[in-house]
Design a protein around this ligand. Structure first.
Ligand SMILES: [Zn+2]
Length: 659
């Protein structure tokens, strides 16, 4: 058996594309595309000319050989004789030219690459190139910056017609597509990349020579964090759904410009940014945030109404909400299901709005593609296809929860379950090592990166830090799981005051503080919320010698009931879980408590798990994951009609039936 060697042009293509993809000033997140041409032996052993081109939606930074499907070049070139070809038919023809019909769908710009004869072709959506074209004098600026050898093509949606136009310019040095990007080519892969870099450098130099720094017209000073947190809660309330709001300061100066409205009006720098960040961003007036969102929503709704006659069958409005908010003194706030998604949007917004500002500063005014063209692209099935292949969002996508005592035992199990369900979580514990271990499991399992807070949750400043950092990091709060606690053993006559007070502080005062802080935030945010208390079977069925503990858990249930009463009118729900005898990875049994409880029940310490299992009705061991499932239920909307309730997760202990 011979090992199949990859064709050199493909190897070169992947290497070159990774270099392009690593530079966000050239392409962002799946934008742009590259190709190479060469020969292969087909399935019948015939030598065939092929072209490898980037797959639709593939990201050049991470793309491997499989992300660059091969197509039979003669099948593609045959199409140049057509006068016209609609998108669907074009995709159909292109798909039939695939060497391997099961490979990923090739770029929508495949024919642009096929109709040009060059061996290696780069097509990037470079910032500096877009800055040259996004104003009324684009054609002249391109000639001035890049020289007469470069051709300029007015905006046109990608597809067959644009590919034919480009094919006629094959004798030029390269082509600039207005409001879109650059196309260059060469017989050598390295030279091709060099040409891309050279054109972009020339554009940069030209822009720098023109740039007039805006008059000092921006508000200086950053917004204080507490003010920003309030703003985040108001915005999340107005947007009205569980999602992450991520703050990014890179655009602080641009967002603070007096003429930022002109930057926003310039729309996106390269049309394909629209797919992720929508045609426009929302400019927020920090004294009237809700009104700013409303005004954006009204504008988008009107734009949709004006243009909806041109929508393709089977498509409906993307909704009226912005994805990117430009906030003076802050920068951007982006919205999504995870911080990573928000970062992607912030990266794209950074490039798109920096280009717009640069255009205004270099040429005095910016322009954008006509609204009808914008709508055509905004609702272009060929671009929407890239999004359609995304998996459905996880159950807790966009949800934000705090779990205390998350470094071990039940809290750890709850944290992992919420992570598995796609939540963004803050994990709090005294035990830093424990938290780091949980964090490493999150990483290994590819859950969303948690925020870690090390500290004593019975201290008011730590609770307030936990909550405020959660808002700063994720943009809001949907619920808390109050789980931190310790065991307190000893008969009452032997129990020291110090031990009793420590139990109260750690198990009950901390619960009070977290309830108080969380309710204040949830009320302000106005989206309801869920507080889950991890109490204990002991709250209903206490055990002798365990009073210091049982008292705190009974107090916790009463706290839960009051929270349910006081929070109900604004949709804040409060419920408790009573677990019993959970051993996996729990520290509750350390410090002699296992031996003490075993002695109390007249069994050996190592027999304690089986003893507890034999004592419950279902004769089962109870584990952290069992508690975690109930927590997920109580946090989710599945329990939206339940508050003030106690769920026993104890295998069934009749003396502890909730009542
Ligand atoms: Zn493009």
């Amino acid at each position: 058996m011979t090992i199949k060697q990859s064709p050199l042009p493909l190897v070169e293509l992947v290497v070159r594309s990774k270099k392009i993809g690593a530079d966000q000033s050239l392409v962002v997140y799946g934008g742009g595309n590259t190709s190479s041409k060469g020969e292969i032996l087909d399935h019948l052993g015939r030598t065939r000319q092929v072209m490898w081109v980037k797959g639709s939606g593939a990201d050049m930074m991470y793309g491997e050989e499989r992300d660059y499907p091969a197509l039979y070049l003669d099948d593609l070139r045959e199409l140049i004789s057509f006068d016209d070809l609609d998108d669907e038919t074009m995709v159909d023809y292109v798909t039939r030219a695939l060497v391997d019909p099961t490979s990923r769908r090739p770029s929508i710009e495949t024919l642009l690459h096929a109709f040009l004869p060059a061996k290696h072709i780069d097509h990037v959506h470079a910032d500096a190139i877009c800055a040259l074209t996004n104003h009324p004098g684009g054609a002249k600026a391109v000639a001035d910056a890049l020289g007469k050898g470069f051709e300029y093509v007015d905006w046109m949606i990608p597809g067959f017609t644009l590919s034919k136009i480009v094919s006629k310019l094959k004798d030029s040095e390269g082509i600039v597509l207005a409001h879109h990007g650059l196309v260059v080519w060469d017989e050598s892969s390295d030279k091709c990349l060099e040409k891309t870099h050279l054109a972009v450098a020339k554009a940069d130099k030209f822009l720098d020579s023109l740039s007039v720094k805006p008059v000092a017209a921006f508000d200086h000073g950053d917004m204080p964090q507490s003010e920003l947190n309030d703003l985040l809660l108001q915005l999340r309330k107005k947007l009205g759904k569980k999602q992450i709001l991520r703050t990014d300061h890179r655009l602080a100066q641009i967002a603070s410009r007096k003429d930022c409205q002109r930057v926003v009006a310039s729309s996106v720098s390269s049309a394909d940014h629209m797919l992720r960040i929508r045609p426009k961003s929302a400019l927020i007036d920090i004294s009237l945030p809700a009104e700013s969102i409303e005004s954006y929503q009204n504008d988008y709704a009107q734009y949709f109404e004006r243009n909806k006659a041109n929508i393709q069958p089977g498509f409906s409005s993307h909704g009226n909400d912005p994805k990117v908010l430009l906030v003076p003194k802050v920068g951007t706030i982006t919205t999504g299901n995870s911080s990573q998604e928000c970062l992607m949007l912030a990266d794209i917004a950074f490039h798109t709005h920096s280009v717009a500002a640069r255009v205004i500063d270099s040429f005095g005014e910016a322009d954008t593609i006509p609204e009808s063209e914008m709508f055509k692209f905004d609702y272009w099935p060929m671009e929407l296809f890239k999004l359609a292949s995304k998996p459905a969002p996880a159950k807790f996508a966009g949800s934000i929860y705090v779990v205390t005592g998350a470094g071990s035992g039940i809290g750890r199990g709850i944290a992992l379950e919420l992570g598995r369900l796609g939540a963004s979580v803050t994990l709090a514990d005294l035990d830093e090592k424990g938290l780091e271990e949980v964090q490493s499991v999150f990483k290994a399992k590819k859950y969303l990166e948690p925020l870690l807070i090390v500290g004593d949750q019975s201290k008011e400043e730590i609770v307030s830090k936990t909550l405020s950092e959660t808002i700063s990091q994720f943009g809001g709060l949907d619920g808390v799981v109050i789980n931190a606690g310790i065991g307190v053993s000893d008969n009452l006559e032997d129990l020291t005051l110090e031990k009793f007070r420590t139990g109260l502080e750690i198990n009950l005062t901390s619960a009070f503080l977290m309830t108080k802080g969380a309710m204040q935030i949830l009320r302000k945010q106005g989206l309801g919320g869920s507080i889950v208390y991890i109490a204990s079977k002991n709250a209903f069925a206490p055990g002798a010698g365990f009073g210091g503990y049982s008292v705190t858990k009974a107090g916790m249930l009463q706290l839960m009931r009051i929270a349910a009463l006081e929070g109900g009118s604004v949709g804040i729900r409060a419920n408790a879980i009573n677990p019993d005898a959970i051993f996996d990875n729990s520290k509750l049994w350390e410090g002699g408590i296992r031996a003490q409880r075993a002695a109390a029940h007249g069994v050996k310490p190592e027999e304690l798990e089986d003893f507890y299992a034999s004592r419950n009705i279902l004769k089962v061991r109870v584990q952290t994951v069992d508690v975690a499932h109930s927590v997920a239920f109580l946090l989710s909307d599945e329990s939206s009609r339940t508050t003030g309730a106690v769920i026993a997760v104890d295998g069934g202990v009749s003396a502890a039936f909730p009542r």
